[in-house]
Design a protein around this ligand. Sequence first.
Ligand code: NDP
Length: 485
Amino acid sequence: MSQSNNKLTTSWGAPVGDNQNSMTAGSRGPTLLQDVHLLEKLAHFNRERVPERVVHAKGAGAHGYFEVTQDLSQYTKAAFLSEVGKRTPMFIRFSTVAGELGSADTVRDPRGFAVKFYTEEGNYDLVGNNTPVFFIRDAIKFPDFIHTQKRHPQTHLKNPNAVWDFWSLSPESLHQVTILMSDRGIPATLRHMHGFGSHTFKWVNAEGKAVWVKYHFKTEQGVRNLDVNLAAQLAGENPDYHTEDLFNAIDKGDFPAWKLCVQIMPEEDADTYRFDPFDVTKVWSQKDYPLIEVGRMVLDRNPENYFAEVEQATFSPGSFVPGIEASPDKMLQGRLFAYADAHRYRVGANHNQLPINRPVAEVNNNQRDGAMNSTSNGGGSVYYEPNSFGGATESPQHKPAPFKVSGQADSVAYDHNDHYTQAGDLYRLLSEEERARLVQNIVGAMTPVEYDEIKIRQIGHFYKADPEFGQRVAAGLGLPVPAAE
Ligand code: NDP
């Protein structure tokens, strides 16, 4: 505690004479409109919130660095991955998905795992989750899916009927539902979980040769999960448990770290692999494509200000740097638009000018103006391209690598519909205790569903993943396994 020498001022920098008493007509008022300090104070307070994210509203963030431990320049020309020992500053935001900004941390939900690497070639955002797969595989289903996770339009209550109706009618969700309902659906802390890029991405090397890549952040703290009863208790007693744990760990110098590994698939394998490698409801078996270590991420600094750094942080899976590109994954393709667009709406068209989002690389574009432009706005420099006045020019060597497409333009379904093998593989790799808890969690989550038809349809999916899995859920719910179609 110390005595301040700073003068309290208005937002226009003038000294404030009285910050305790508003200016009134006589001692009993009413209050005078000419108390402009009061007006500004109340008006700004009304505007303190930006819209919370529709998904991933509740989050916690930290700064850190990424250090390369293995040279993979044979696969990618990305400069920040080019040299063993090279360090790149980064920022991460962890989040739950469905709850609001003030919701409890210890709920059963995937966790967002969004990393911004401030590279010398621009910001690279890897915007994933703590799960390797997702519930749906085409972005056109995303608004419907999220509606089922949010509140009922009349009751404003969470709605298990909608959740399980949608999942049971969208069997591609089964793999992710199984992960979500397993022990890993409620991590012990944000430090004790893995992270995944989830989608397939493309890496391109200096010769223009491409490979497909999947990212895995492996926690060095070990995977630990929360007992469901303790999680429920903490959700009531300390809804910010995960946020607090992360802040305190970093504050006391116990810096959490993750190894970044990748799976690399030769470009031509995509045509023959037994699962569609661009289907985000599937993993690539690590027996087929083993993990290769790339580097290490260490979180060593807390934000100075939550709103400025965590709430205003804007991540987009479309923020690529040379050497890293999109894949045809239909869920990724939609996210390439949706994330940046959400931030234009939520934070503003100039969100990349904010300190937390500003690249360390020099930005030279011809964007000008827009709400809350906080730079010199290009001054008097050239503001269009091509031009004859020495403006910034293209880098043809960094055009995305060309790729072949085929087929007819249409609303086309995926041609792989095996939603069961990988969910079953997961069930079969669990211990008996883990299976029992998985079934118990599912039965607990499905019991409030009011329609047997929905429950029986979903039991059919669990059964197809593994007959024992389906039978145990059916027994728990006191319902039959449906006859095979
Ligand atoms: P592998 O045996 O090569 O890999 C198994 C994977 O499962 C490891 O990544 C392991 O991660 C993870 N795992 C282990 N226990 C659990 C658990 N209780 N809950 C969730 N994940 C767990 O086999 P495959 O690569 O052929 O995959 C088999 C199944 O494993 C898949 O169908 C999928 O459901 C699941 N899985 C696969 C991943 C992949 O990238 N291939 C990633 C994560 C899960 P860990 O190091 O933490 O033990």
